[in-house]
Structure formats: C-alpha cells, structure tokens
Design a protein around this ligand. Structure first.
Ligand SMILES: [Zn+2]
Length: 335
C-alpha cells in the first residue's frame, strides 16, 4: 500500500531465512483483513507498506533450529508469531509472547512467499495436503476464525448463555460460529445487511437485531427480560460499538472485545457501575489453531463461507475497494 487508497502489486525480492528459527513458506491463499482498511482509509498512517498477515501455504525452507515443521508441510499460522514456550504463551496468550513479532511488519503475506519468524511456535501443520475446498476455511483459521473464537471464549459464551454479537464483518460472523460451537443457548447477531444476516443464521444466530447504538441496546434488553446479554462479542473497535457492547451486557456478564480500538475512550464511572468483565485485545489465535484445524479437517465447521469474493492476487486493489465499499465481507486472494 503506497498511500491510503493506493494498492499496487509489484515485484519484490524473495524473503530469505534470517534467523535460524525462521521458515519461508510458499503461500497458497491469502486475504484482505478488515484491519487492512484502517490504513486504506487513512485512519492509520501508511507509506509503501507490504500488506497482509493471513496465510496458508507450503513450507519451502526452514532455518537450522526449526524442528516442528519440515519442508513440504502444509501449514497455517497466526498473524502474530510466537515461541509458544514462554510463560505468556503457556498461559494461552501467544499474541503477547515475549518474542512476538507481527507478520505484517516482518513480511506481508499478500504475496507469493513470506518469511515467518518463530516458525516452531507459530506454524501448525495440517494432517496432510488439504483438498482445495478446505483451503478457504483453513485460511479463515489464520485470523478471523481464531479471533472470533477468542472473542467468544473471552465473553464466556457457553451452555445456558445468551450471546450478543456487535459487528457483522467476518470476525463478528466467526464469533457467531464460535458461540454456537461452544454451546450458547441463544445468539443475537446485530446486523442490518440481509446477506450477512443470512450467513449469521447459517452459523447459528437465533435472533437478529438491526438497531444500533442505544436503540440496539434497548432491543437486546427487550430480548433478555430487561437484563442484557450474559456474553457480548465486540468486533468493530469504535466508540459506538464498544459502548453498545458494554451497555448490552448484564451486570456480571462478560465482553470479549477484538475490534482494533480506534478513538475509543471508556467513561470510568459508567464502567464502574456496569459491573461487567472486559477482556480482549489481539487474539491469541495460536492457542486455538490445533483444534480449529482439526474441526475444519473433519468438516465439522465451514468458516470459509465468509469469503464472498475471490480474486487473483494481481487484482488485489479491486479487492480492497470491494471491502471498503462493503460490497464484500471478505476477499480471498489466490496466489
Ligand atoms: Zn512466548
């Protein structure tokens, strides 16, 4: 991305092994993230940045210290690399690893190849070469599914719980899928787009709320005997969505917030009296990856349906525009 709104596909040098813990992978498929739209819209600064942090592909080269993956393995990794051995990783917070490195900063995966640092603790090999129709779902596990899953876990979605989901982008939809898999009793998707509502229902939403802001909160209260939801997933990252999440949660309830915060300021006193649990941040996708890969491999979940536009990587700029204009939920780029 040369500057906001200006995406170009160009030749760059192939990535090399720099550290003995690195791997270079040949990317099979990659995608455009909702968070890539922040710089595209000029909300975050950008200057000739190599884009992309979601990826699946085949290991092409490994450094001398890599033990857990080998050349030829088909792998899925998270958008943050992690050693998966430090205390923070072992507690399940791999995205905050003491050796964490953002893939987007290191390499950029909207490309033919990428260098992945901390390969041993980051990459998860699939049981074999996946069938072509599984690749979108495995790619979803790299970020949006793992992020939606973390949000549902952080919100303590589970049996007997009513879960409300703020945000109908790919992560919100994956939050619906995760809440359903975790056994939530009732799942309320907040969306005003018919196609996204339909996918939310397919993934397990039992109710749809079209209202936003205070009206949306009132609607959630109406559906929950005036109490609010037990669990709320926040998957947008704006002031409005965050306050909607906090106000739609019952006292003692839990909010999993995974929308990257932009200009959010929480009013201390309202937070104090709300009595809610707030837990979020960059999702430790690596914690969930082995289980998610298995669920996809066994065809028990189909997260790949969030990709509603597929383009060859040469046409990446078109994909950015489609997502920016909300003509596409999520764009898969074939390499
Ligand atoms: Zn670590």
């Amino acid at each position: 991305m040369h500057s906001p709104g200006d995406v170009q596909v160009e030749d760059r040098p192939d990535p090399e092994i720099i550290e003995p813990t690195d791997a270079v992978i040949k990317i099979s498929a990659t995608c455009i993230c909702g968070s890539d739209l922040w710089p595209f819209r000029g909300v975050e600064p950008v200057d000739h940045l190599a884009m992309g942090h979601e990826y699946v592909g085949v290991v092409e080269r490994i450094g001398d210290a890599v033990r857990n993956v080998k050349v030829g393995d088909f792998v899925v990794g998270s958008f943050v690399t992690s050693d998966n051995t430090c205390e923070i990783c072992r507690a399940g917070y791999q995205s905050q690893c003491v050796h964490a490195a953002f893939v987007s900063v290191e390499s950029g995966t909207q490309a033919e190849r990428a260098r992945i640092a901390n390969a041993d603790g980051t990459l998860v090999a699939t049981p074999g070469r996946p069938d072509a129709d599984l690749i979108p779902s495995l790619l979803a596990a790299s970020d949006v599914l793992g992020t939606g899953w973390f949000a549902a876990v952080a919100a303590e979605a589970g049996p007997g719980k009513t879960v409300a989901v703020v945000g109908d982008g790919a992560v919100g939809l994956m939050g619906v899928l995760a809440a359903e898999q975790l056994g939530a009793e009732r799942i309320i998707a907040m969306s005003r787009h018919a196609d996204r509502q339909a996918l939310a229902r397919e993934y397990g939403a039992t109710d749809i709320v079209e209202e936003r802001g205070d009206e949306g909160v009132a609607k959630i209260k109406e559906l929950t005997n005036g109490l609010g939801a037990h669990s709320v997933i926040e998957a947008v990252g704006t002031q409005e969505s965050m306050m909607q999440a906090i106000r739609a949660t019952r006292p003692g309830g839990h909010i999993g917030f995974v929308g990257v915060s932009h200009g959010v300021e929480l009013p201390g006193q309202e937070l104090f009296f709300s009595g809610v649990h707030l837990h979020g941040g960059p999702a430790p996708v690596r914690r969930f990856l082995p289980d998610l890969v298995q669920l996809i491999w066994d065809r028990k979940i189909d997260p790949g349906k969030v990709f509603d536009l597929t383009l060859p990587i040469e046409r990446a700029a078109e994909g950015y525009r489609a997502m920016d204009e909300r003509r596409a939920v999520k764009v898969l780029l074939t390499v």
